[in-house]
Design a protein around this ligand. Structure first.
Ligand code: PEP
Length: 258
């Protein structure tokens, strides 16, 4: 039996969208729409430039602030990079690590994902660690091997007590920004595999406490069926999080179910 330990978490990834003014407008609309959501955790991940302003706007809410990326070094000659301490400084509680757009467009490897998540933990940030297979890998029936390999490297040398501070996200690459979401059964199978992997490498209580989100073309229409899966503990929402009504619909449905 799965203990009732995992509060649903819904995260909006705004990607490279929204100026400061647009970000404040979006988060202000969300605040009004989500004023009454006590049973569910909600976070938004604006671009770096809007983090501080959104943090100020969120200060009287329960919503959390997430960054979309970070570097693993603490400071120094790393032009263009942002450290975990800088993210804490502007009010972040969470950070996405290993998003497939970072992996595919910017060459992030599993080893880099490991360095980033270790640095996030050191900075007292909650890493939301993303894994997922591409279309060719799914068609070759190697999805679970790919997920296993990504988890093995990404989580090497992560202690059990640190693991409890993490969130995982299964994001099939073929579903991100394409309008094609995984079916609830496909998501459920991979989430179950990920939880079983955690049980094998850590222990059952730890594995049962960790939230595993699904991401990939989530919309108000498909979110409820995905969230019904036992091991789907929340959602990572890209495109639909840019529209306050769509994002709020996804959150409010879950709030009613919780
Ligand atoms: C994402 O950015 O993590 C994502 C899942 O995007 P979309 O919802 O647009 O597919």
């Amino acid at each position: 039996m799965i203990p009732d330990l995992r509060r649903p978490l819904i995260v909006g990834n705004w990607k490279m969208n929204n100026t400061v003014a647009e970000s404040i407008k979006l988060v202000t609309a969300l605040k009004h729409l989500l004023v009454d959501s006590p049973h569910i955790d909600v976070a938004v991940a604006p671009p770096f430039t809007a983090l501080y302003s959104v943090s100020v706007a969120l200060s009287d809410t329960n919503m959390s602030l997430a960054a979309q990326n970070m570097f693993w070094e603490e400071d120094g000659a790393f032009t263009g990079e942002i450290s975990g301490a800088f993210l804490k400084d502007v009010g972040c509680e969470m950070v996405l690590v290993g998003h497939s757009e970072r992996r595919n467009l910017f060459g992030e490897t599993d080893k880099m994902v490991n360095q980033k998540l270790q640095a996030a933990l050191k900075s007292d940030l909650i890493p939301i660690v993303c894994v997922g297979e591409n279309l060719a890998q799914r068609e070759k029936d190697s999805t679970l091997d790919v997920i296993e390999a990504q988890m093995r490297v990404a989580f090497s040398d992560v202690a059990m007590h640190d693991f409890e501070k993490m969130v995982l996200a299964y994001e099939p690459v073929w579903a991100i920004g394409t309008g094609k979401n995984a079916t609830p059964q496909q998501a459920g199978e991979v989430h179950h595999f990920m939880r079983t992997w955690l049980m094998k490498h850590y222990d059952a209580p730890t594995a049962n406490r960790i939230r595993i989100l699904y991401g990939g073309s989530v919309k108000p229409e498909n979110a409820p069926a995905l969230m019904k899966e036992t091991h789907v503990d929340g959602l990572l929402v890209g495109g639909a999080s840019l529209d306050s009504d769509s994002f709020a619909k996804i959150v409010k449905f879950e709030e009613r179910m919780s």
